[in-house]
Design a protein around this ligand. Sequence first.
Ligand SMILES: [Zn+2]
Length: 331
Amino acid sequence: MPIFLKPSLSNHTRPRSRFSLQALRFASGLSATIGARACTAVPCGSLSLPYTSSATPQPLPPANHRRRAAACWASLMAAHLLLALGVAAQSATTTTTDTAMLGNTTIKFVSTTAGPQAGVQFLHVHQNEATAVTAAHAMLARAKKGQFVTWQCQQDRYVQFSLNGQTFKFDPNRIYTDAGATATLKSNGPFTPQALAALRTVAQRFASQYANGKRLVVALHNNTDAGGLTINSYAKNGDYAAEAEAVNISKKWDEDDFFYTTNRHLFQYFAQKGFNIVLQNNATVTDDGSLSVYAAKNGIHYLNVEAQHGHLKQQQKMLQAVQQLIAEQYR
Ligand SMILES: [Zn+2]
């Protein structure tokens, strides 16, 4: 059975005051180090010595020494203040990590949080899709709100784990139903009921923490140019036409850059803005265990922001439109 460890840092609810106590404590520690270095350059090592607890009164140090001492304290306080400001700026986002064990494999769910955005979760499950991660972090920095969680494991789309002497492999976007998890294990190697149970436990943990109870889940993916999945795959006569209830194809956008949703209202919203978008046919969609299928079964609005590898600007523009949607309709 998988073993879950506690989050390494539970600061989801920590108030992020600009001059938080933690920031000042951290800055104090750092500035003490830097202050000591600065004082080595300007010899003021006797600063703490003039008024000792000795019974014999000590003479005052010479005037030039006192001036040096004052300058040293001033520089130390300035360093202290600058570091406090610097730490406050860094704390614009916080990073937390949840860890799950699957057989012998450690899976990290790394969350970056820029600020409260109730009921909305951005997520990413294919670690090799790096453009999406860069786009998400840029979005958080710009919006100053939202939370983005990403799977970190073996730098690949797929994850492998060993259990009872056998090695299993799965796609992290095919594990949110029993049927999907069974299929992804079988199509990537051996299958045992024990491996399925362990995998489903991790999937349920991820879904319950990052999807259940949300009003909107925004997944980020990247695809490859020339072939594979495009907006045209869902058009009439496309490979996945049967999975789609409606498709809006835009001449302004590359066929690899498109939204995919489970919600008709979201489909209309982005279609009217001239984006490529697919509306999943929730009644007939194949149960492949993907998050879009899970979201449709559980009444969660789901939006996939899919862009070609390297189409950073395009994916950022799409995320900007998502933030506008959230500001208008998910406040
Ligand atoms: Zn993906």
